[in-house]
Design a protein around this ligand. Structure first.
Ligand SMILES: *Cc1c(COP(=O)(O)O)cnc(C)c1O
Length: 361
């Protein structure tokens, strides 16, 4: 008999979310009302130290509008990691600019500041650090590079709600940031996103862009899109926001158990001052594919994020050489770390990984 399946993702929606959604349906006010406004201000206070927040319909929209509002467009280059979800580079392309891929720091999986510096050309206007797996990128060094070259910093915080660097929350460390509330993220609204801005003028442009370029009805100031968040999504998001701290704490607890228990893989290193939120718990192994098979045979959902680096996807096909990106794509494996896992399930994941034998690395 096989053991019960250990799933990687189970969406946590409770009675409170159901009541909040039903309340909106009962009110009959479905778009751009008090739920969206309240979600924006609560998210701002809870997660990004009071920065301006604008709710939109996805994380990709948040990146897209954030880039355009920050003045990025045709003729501009934006330095992005390749080792991330394709949305990071896609948002640059859809803003009319050109993504230029840089390599990652093998410890944090975030952009390597040295590689970023080498990728800068006279056309470079922005850099997009991704806080991958809920682990803050090296923002201190990346902000220094950006400052020295006059670049806009757009944080892709889609996997890192609540992660801290030297006590400061990701999403508040650059000029513009994007969060996602897709169903698999640390908190969800089904589909949804949040743009975070330091500059109120940029925030105003994001508000215009999400709503056909209007602040007042039929007085369209610029050409825009419809990227609005629904009231149902915002009402669910407000509840999820209150549950996020406990979920992130449980993710950290499971990560600590993995750190202590795993003997045959390389655990994710955490530098001084970094407080990840473990959207994924991602190990490295030279026997990654065999480990994946062993876990699958034990009915444990493990996965590779991301098996093909963005620059190698058919949509990009960029010949740039990124050795650490390729190495990560060949070695990484993410173990289940959703907050609902029991201690017994965590122990079973550890025992299954350790059964592979060998030693770390
Ligand atoms: C999920 C994700 C996005 C896109 O968010 P959506 O809400 O799915 O559009 C962008 N970047 C990263 C790193 C993500 O994980």
């Amino acid at each position: 008999m096989t053991d019960a399946r250990i799933a990687a993702v189970v969406v946590e929606l409770g009675e409170e979310e159901r009541e909040a959604a039903l309340g909106v349906l009962t009110s009959g006010k479905l778009v751009q009302g008090e739920q969206v406004a309240a979600f924006e201000s609560e998210f701002s206070e809870a997660l990004v130290a009071g920065a301006e927040c604008i709710a939109v319909n996805s994380g990709t929209s948040a990146l897209h509008l954030g880039l355009i509002a920050a003045g990025i467009g045709p003729g501009d280059e934006v330095i992005v990691p390749s080792f991330t979800f394709a949305a990071s580079a896609n948002s640059v392309v859809m803003a009319g600019a050109t993504p230029v891929f840089a390599d990652i720091d093998p410890a944090s999986f975030g952009l390597d500041p040295v590689s970023v510096e080498k990728a800068i050309t006279p056309r470079t206007r922005a850099v997009m650090p991704v806080h991958l797996y809920g682990h803050p990128a090296d923002m201190t060094a990346l902000n220094t590079v950006a400052e020295n070259h006059g670049l806009v910093v757009v944080e892709d915080a889609c996997q890192s709600h609540g992660a801290l660097l030297d006590g400061r929350p990701v999403g508040s460390l650059g000029d513009v940031a994007a969060f996602s509330f897709y169903a698999t993220k640390n908190m969800t609204t089904g589909e949804g996103g949040m743009v975070v801005c330091r500059d109120p003028e940029v925030a105003r442009r994001v508000r215009l862009l999400r709503n056909q370029g209007m602040e007042r009805r039929y007085e369209n100031e610029v050409a825009g899109l419809n990227n609005r968040m629904t009231e149902v999504a915002a009402a669910i998001g407000r509840i999820q926001l209150t549950r996020l701290p406990a979920w992130n704490a449980r993710r950290r607890e499971i990560a600590a158990a993995y750190d202590a228990g795993l003997t045959t893989v390389v655990a994710p290193p955490v530098a001084e001052g970094v407080e990840p939120v473990y959207h994924q718990y991602t190990v490295r192994s030279s026997e990654r594919d065999r480990l994946l098979e062993v876990l699958a045979a034990a009915n444990i959902d493990a996965a590779v994020y991301y098996p093909t680096p963005t620059h190698r996807l058919p949509s990009y096909g960029d010949p740039v050489l990124l050795p650490e990106t390729d190495r990560a794509a060949a070695e990484v494996l993410s173990l289940p770390i959703r907050p609902g896992l029991t201690d017994a399930e965590v122990d079973r994941v550890i025992a299954t990984c350790n059964s592979l034998g060998g030693s770390r690395g």
